[in-house]
Design a protein around this ligand. Structure first.
Ligand code: SF4
Ligand code: SF4
Length: 378
């Protein structure tokens, strides 16, 4: 059985190191034995904490304090991530850097790291930071959010931030559709998860609903979810926000034909432990008090209709990006990250014939200046 721990916590100031959830998820783990512990928050872009697009700095601080209280040498801890654009600025604006400075912890943008070439999906080769591959424990701190391309983003998707900067949008170009991008994420998870332990602790105290992962709406989802199994966190979290966990393609691939033990029914093999004032109680999926997240505008196209109708609708109707002239600050980030060079900021135009609907521009525009408009042709 795989244990999933969760606790309803209303706000970040209520986190404290007496919280039993951390003792439970780190149980039987001697934290002092590791040579390199990578703490991997979600630092998607230069978003302040109240935007709820990034792991909250207080959440990271909670984990760092726990590790230090357990006697972990601060020199063995690295907080690392790579945003789609300018990780250094993202670390600053999200206040993740401030926490690292306070506790004298190394805060590493992965673009500045040495890189290692790694084979992926049989034929492709990608680069990964040495820090990731040298770590013997990863503490994965995803944020609970919706995602316009993948529907949901959590534990597995957070590892995509291990890929250094500019390569991320490029890979979006090579794996543009939801299913093949999910295959890439699963493969990456298998590579990163190999030869090292991983603990996932999800920041769902405030999440993001609607058109996440950066331009949705903050929602006080009041939950912390933890497990030694990243997939278990994604199954639980997607269920918690009232998705069908099998609508999330990474969940589906890992349960049915990934490198995991085959699990035909997603509810099986999980033991769910609810913490309430540090008291444990085992509950079933049905007993979980769920919260409904507004789905991204793209969601229904791939989830509700039978496949043939989806195909038909996709051929005539799709969400396309459009630059909002009033909001655009002409920073050109979208132009830089677009994998197919479809954006011209000089003309404030997007070439929709080139556009592959990866939504990277929507994700990376910190000013919310990329609107999504439904169109009846591609
Ligand atoms: S749409 Fe957004 S990312 Fe693109 S140039 Fe305008 S402000 Fe910058
Ligand atoms: S215009 Fe936006 S959605 Fe279209 S390919 Fe470029 S980044 Fe992706």
């Amino acid at each position: 059985m795989i244990n999933i721990y969760y606790e309803e916590i209303e706000d970040y100031y209520l986190l404290n190191n007496e919280d039993e959830i951390l003792n439970l998820v780190f149980k039987n783990i001697n934290l002092k034995k590791y040579n390199k512990i990578l703490v991997k928050p979600n630092v998607l872009g230069p978003y302040p904490p109240d935007r709820c697009a990034t792991t909250h700095p207080k959440f990271l601080e909670w984990i760092i304090k726990y590790l230090l209280n357990k006697g972990v040498d601060r020199n063995k801890i690295i907080v690392g991530d790579s945003s789609g654009y300018s990780t250094k600025k993202s670390f600053e604006v999200s206040k993740i850097e401030e926490v690292c400075r306070k506790y004298n912890i190394n805060c590493k943008p992965f673009e500045k790291d040495e890189i290692v070439k790694v084979k992926i999906l049989d034929t492709e080769e990608i680069i990964l930071p040495k820090t990731v591959l040298e770590s013997d424990l990863i503490i994965n701190l995803p944020k609970l959010k919706t995602h316009i391309l993948m529907k949901y983003t959590g534990a597995i998707k957070n590892l995509y931030g291990c890929i250094p900067g500019g390569l991320k949008p490029k890979l979006h170009g090579q794996y543009p559709k939801e299913y093949n991008f999910a295959e890439l994420l699963v493969e990456l998870y298998n590579i990163i998860g190999k030869n090292r332990e991983m603990i996932t602790i999800m920041d769902g105290i405030y999440g993001m609903e609607g058109n996440g992962p950066s331009n949705g709406n903050p929602i006080n989802s009041k939950i912390v979810i933890a497990s030694k199994d990243a997939l278990a966190v994604d199954i639980f979290a997607s269920y918690y926000i009232k998705y069908n966990p099998m609508d999330i393609i990474t969940n589906k691939i890992l349960i049915n034909n990934g490198n995991y033990k085959k699990r035909d029914i997603w509810q099986e093999n999980y033991k769910i432990i609810k913490l309430e004032k540090n008291v444990k109680k085992e509950v079933s999926f049905k007993e979980i008090d769920r919260i409904k997240f507004k789905k991204p505008d793209t969601y229904y196209l791939t989830s509700i209709m039978p496949p043939s109708i989806v195909k038909l609708i996709f051929s005539v109707m799709v969400q396309k990006p459009k630059i909002n002239r009033k909001k655009c600050k002409k920073c050109k980030v979208c132009q830089y990250i677009c994998p197919v060079e479809a954006i011209s900021i000089d003309n404030l135009k997007i070439d929709l014939k080139k556009c592959i609907n990866c939504y990277c521009c929507h994700e990376m525009c910190e000013f919310g200046a990329i609107d999504l408009k439904r169109r009846f042709f591609i």
